[in-house]
Design a binder for this molecule. Structure first.
Ligand code: ADP
Ligand code: 5GP
Length: 218
């Protein structure tokens, strides 16, 4: 009899946060391309869609009234006001995925990170903060994305310092200088965290099997 090393495991809530423009959406997309079993938590938001964004893919776009309704019904795992708009993570799909042993990836700000850590699922959180290599480079990336007006970019730059101040609350912090290097580090972190003892409840059965094999020998 052999002991199966691929024992069932719990799902992780993988939180990526950063100041706007540091690269977390790009890194989240690369992580999803690497592992198609990763569930992405599609947030609800009251901000207007950017060109190319689709309802249900990047975000669920809602009016402020609809959003407040969802919060009042207890449908949100966390929610926050960011840059004058509401953003929140719908609870149902997250619970479903985690209970089925699948990981869920979140692109949320520090306020959302704090709330998910404090939630009932908090012990399964893996949180990673992405820093830009410099402030001029952060601004350059916001412009290179070519999706927001100068006013919107100025607003995001002025909030960056506050967002960055939350870096010590995270399990890991990556400086996203070279994109390929940061992607490789991110994958290493996720691969290792999946093997944590607390993520593998079925290990107890593997050890039980090993002990039984000891007994059969004696
Ligand atoms: P965020 O989701 O954190 O707001 P994005 O992922 O949208 O940021 O990245 C902002 C811009 O910076 C995009 O145009 C992206 O292609 C670019 N970018 C991301 N990471 C790097 C990097 N390491 N080097 C250069 N450009 C990057
Ligand atoms: P953007 O408008 O650029 O897509 O996102 C703006 C900020 O809102 C980013 O920092 C992003 O991480 C954050 N954000 C996106 N979705 C959520 C969410 O569901 N909850 C919280 N708390 N923040 C979110």
């Amino acid at each position: 009899m052999s002991n199966n090393p691929d024992v069932a495991r719990r799902g992780l809530l993988i939180i990526l946060s950063s100041p706007s423009g540091a690269g977390k959406s790009t890194l989240a997309a690369r992580l999803r391309a690497w592992d198609s079993t990763l569930n992405f938590s599609v947030s609800a938001t009251t901000r207007a869609p950017r060109p190319g964004e689709e309802h249900g893919r990047e975000y669920y776009f809602h009016s402020r009234e609809e959003f407040r309704d969802m919060v009042a019904k207890g449908d949100m795992l966390e929610h926050a006001e960011v840059f004058g708009n509401y953003y929140g993570s719908p609870k149902g799909p997250v619970e479903e995925a985690i209970n089925a042993g699948r990981d869920v990836l979140f692109d949320i700000d520090w306020q959302g990170g704090q709330q998910v850590r404090a939630s009932a699922l908090g012990k399964h959180v893996l949180s990673i903060f992405i820093l830009p290599p410099s402030i001029p480079e952060l601004e350059r990336r916001l412009y290179s994305r070519a999706q927001d007006s100068k006013e919107v970019i100025d607003g995001r730059m002025s909030k960056s310092r506050d967002e960055i101040s939350h870096w010590p609350e995270y399990d890991y912090v990556l400086v996203n200088e070279d994109l390929d290097e940061t992607e490789a580090r991110l994958k290493t972190i996720v691969a290792a965290e999946r093997l944590r003892l607390s993520q593998q409840p079925d290990l107890v059965n593997v050890v039980r099997g090993l002990n039984q094999e000891f007994e059969e020998r004696s």
